[in-house]
Design a protein around this ligand. Structure first.
Ligand code: UDP
Length: 251
């Protein structure tokens, strides 16, 4: 089923990517919290787009998300290249912090799910210190199997959060949210990948110079060379966009 997004979008190989900037994204999601309408937010990058093109089930998840934001520089570039530019890059890590900032104003409740027990504990403490107006309604590590899903969902539902951030890696967090979003019923449910590792201090975000030059992926590759395999998706994506320029943004 295709979700109609209330923000203007550009379809990238059929995935509707939001064209609005960070401020409008936060405003839109604030409205979602106020109306309590569940939203799965996906922060799209070329690796995820390529995975969706290879796996129909993953494509369905990308298409059924209520909001897909352009997280990867490659996605921003593709929209621009096809003359349907997005306003700006909306990085998942930045969106997490913008939503926490907004949560300060409204005393939102936040549930954190994912990463190791130490990382999640440290993340909860640091976020609470940085955003004292936000209520950390609960947290749980991300190392559990499907047999624990029900118990964990029950814990989240009981905590009744406004925001649910899930950090379990893109190949499992998005399918997990999609599978359970109606049970969870949280207004904003967003996969945040390695964000808790950065917030807790376990790993570092790319230095500003890498961010400014839009090569955060290169920093990650240098830090974790074993990522090279999945990063092959980047040139593959670029090539596909160039070769199929006329088709990329057609639905
Ligand atoms: N993670 C988790 N459960 C798992 C695998 C990973 O909670 O079964 C966490 C991991 O600790 C890290 C986050 O997911 O905090 C993102 O992991 P990674 O950087 O490998 O994911 P990706 O880059 O694929 O999004």
């Amino acid at each position: 089923m295709k979700a109609e997004s209330a923000v203007p979008t550009v379809p990238i190989f059929g995935i509707r990517v939001s064209k609005v900037d960070m401020a409008a994204t936060v405003a839109y999601l604030t409205e979602a919290v106020h109306t309590r309408i569940p939203h799965q937010v996906i922060t799209a990058n070329p690796i995820m787009v390529m995975a969706a093109l290879e796996d129909p089930a993953y494509m369905d998840i990308m298409k059924s998300a209520e909001l897909v934001v352009p997280d990867g520089t490659g996605v921003v570039w593709a929209a621009n290249y096809c003359n349907e530019p997005v306003s700006e890059r909306v990085a998942g890590y930045d969106l997490l912090h913008e939503l926490m900032r907004q949560g300060e104003r409204y005393n939102w409740k936040v549930y954190l799910l994912g990463s190791t027990p130490e990382v999640i504990r440290e993340t909860a403490e640091r976020l609470q210190l940085q955003y004292p107006g936000v209520i950390i309604a609960g947290y749980h590590d991300g190392y559990f199997g499907p047999d624990a899903d029900e118990e964990i969902i029950a814990g989240i539902v009981k905590a009744n959060p406004d925001l649910l951030f899930v950090a379990r890696g893109a190949d499992s967090q998005e399918p997990w949210i999609a599978k359970y979003k109606s049970k969870l019923g949280v207004p904003i449910m967003m996969g945040v990948g390695g964000s808790f590792d950065v917030i807790s201090g376990k790993s570092k975000r790319a230095p500003l110079v890498f961010q400014k030059m839009r090569i955060e992926w290169l920093y990650r590759l240098l830090k974790e060379p074993t990522r090279y395999k999945r990063m092959l998706a980047l040139p593959k994506f670029a090539l596909k966009v160039v070769r199929e320029k006329d088709k990329v943004t057609k639905v």
